[in-house]
Design a protein around this ligand. Structure first.
Ligand SMILES: Cc1cc2nc3c(=O)[nH]c(=O)nc-3n(C[C@H](O)[C@H](O)[C@H](O)COP(=O)(O)OP(=O)(O)OC[C@H]3O[C@@H](n4cnc5c(N)ncnc54)[C@H](O)[C@@H]3O)c2cc1C
Length: 341
């Protein structure tokens, strides 16, 4: 294990487990010295930094392990068609390799309630959901229901582990498998039917975009309050974005060091550093763009940068060390920021 300069730590891969034909789990042993730094809540994720074809990519992967119940940290990566990091991790990673990993982050977590929990998972969206289920079964007495959609029977990740939970907690959890090749896609009517009278539940949704949209519209038709709905979007950053015109005449200039190269970028008034960097054709790391994942962190080495918000993506110690979330970073006068090497 090595602490790198910045938000990443180099961790050794303790194991790689083949889950299905197109997904593998990566298991980490966390050294004692990092146990506090890598403590997590069910539903949180790790950001991994990998180098693929000379490009540094940062990607988030939810922890499928459960804190306090599983001794190791485990993430599960499903191949995305033509996806760079997911295929690289599936093809090349082996036990004993080292990976650059950012400590856990995320807000897709359990909250204190007595009400039921209804979870909708699609494909690899099961990863944070299984962690939440394991934790809720062990640490609460809440009733759970999982609706889990997959293309076919062979693509069900954690099938055996879920079956084991069902037999251990038959009176508390119900699991409904939906297979595209047998039942067709999940639609809003099915969502309504599966929720039944549990409209007071907390709802957790994670899966492909169209799946999450359908679940959301089903819940909306039941008048479920938005504060009962938790959504984790597994989106991958587009690269690079089409540049929307921005008036930079009243803004300033930020010098950005990324992958060893410095670029002076004109910033529009109120524009974030991340937006300006992407508009300039750079490919900085980022994921959520909502101040909770921490992937876009950079260090301010000159000048002043204020953050519009911070939803847990960066901690006070990092702020004190000069780090900012560039998705929230507004430059106050000329400044210089460096993404981690
Ligand atoms: C909080 C969070 C948690 C996540 N947890 C998990 C998890 O547990 N398991 C999991 O498998 N995934 C998870 N993801 C998704 C994961 O982070 C990656 O987005 C996913 O693995 C795809 O990354 P990639 O590099 O393989 O794909 P990319 O190379 O980024 O490509 C993604 C898609 O975009 C298309 N694409 C790429 N570049 C371009 C371009 N220039 N123009 C047009 N299209 C393009 C590709 O064809 C592909 O379909 C999570 C994401 C988030 C935000």
């Amino acid at each position: 294990m090595t602490a790198l300069d910045g938000p990443y730590y180099r961790l050794e891969v303790a194991d790689v487990i083949e889950e299905t034909d197109d997904s593998k789990s990566i298991v980490f042993d966390i050294p004692d010295a990092l146990s506090e730094r890598f403590a997590y809540r069910a539903g949180q994720f790790l950001a991994l930094r990998v180098e693929v074809d000379g490009h540094r990519l940062v990607r988030c992967y939810s922890l499928a392990s459960a804190p306090g119940l599983d001794s190791q940290h485990k993430v599960t990566v499903k191949r995305v068609v033509t996806g760079r990091a997911s295929n690289w991790l599936n093809d090349h990673l082996a036990k004993g390799d080292q990976l650059e990993v950012m400590p856990p982050n995320g807000i897709f977590c359990l909250r204190e309630r007595e009400t039921p929990i209804v979870l909708f998972g699609g494909g690899s969206g099961i990863t944070p959901i299984i962690s939440i289920i394991k934790t809720a079964l062990q640490t609460t007495s809440r009733i759970l229901k999982l609706v889990y959609a997959n293309r076919n029977d062979r693509s069900i990740i954690f099938k055996d582990e879920l079956a084991a939970m069902l037999s251990a907690y038959a009176e508390r959890i119900e699991i409904v498998h939906r297979l595209d090749d047998v039942h067709g896609f999940v639609d809003a009517a099915l969502v309504v039917q599966q929720v039944g009278p549990k409209t007071d539940a907390d709802f957790y949704i994670c899966g492909p975009g169209p799946f999450m949209d359908v679940v959301e519209s089903g819940l909306a038709s039941l008048d479920v309050s938005p504060d009962q709905i938790f959504i984790e979007r597994f989106e991958s950053p587009e690269s690079p974005v089409a540049a929307a015109p921005v008036d930079t005449s009243r803004g300033t200039v930020v010098t950005i060091k990324l992958d060893g190269k410095e670029t002076a970028v004109a910033v529009g008034e109120g524009e974030t550093i991340l937006a300006a960097a992407r508009r300039a054709g750079l490919e900085p790391p980022f994921a959520c763009e909502e101040a909770y994942c921490g992937c876009c962190m950079a260090k301010v080495v000159e000048g002043r940068v204020d953050m519009l918000g911070n939803d847990g993506g960066i901690d006070q110690r990092q702020v004190d060390d000069g780090w900012v979330l560039t998705c929230q970073g507004i430059v106050k006068g000329a400044a210089r920021v460096e993404y981690p090497d």
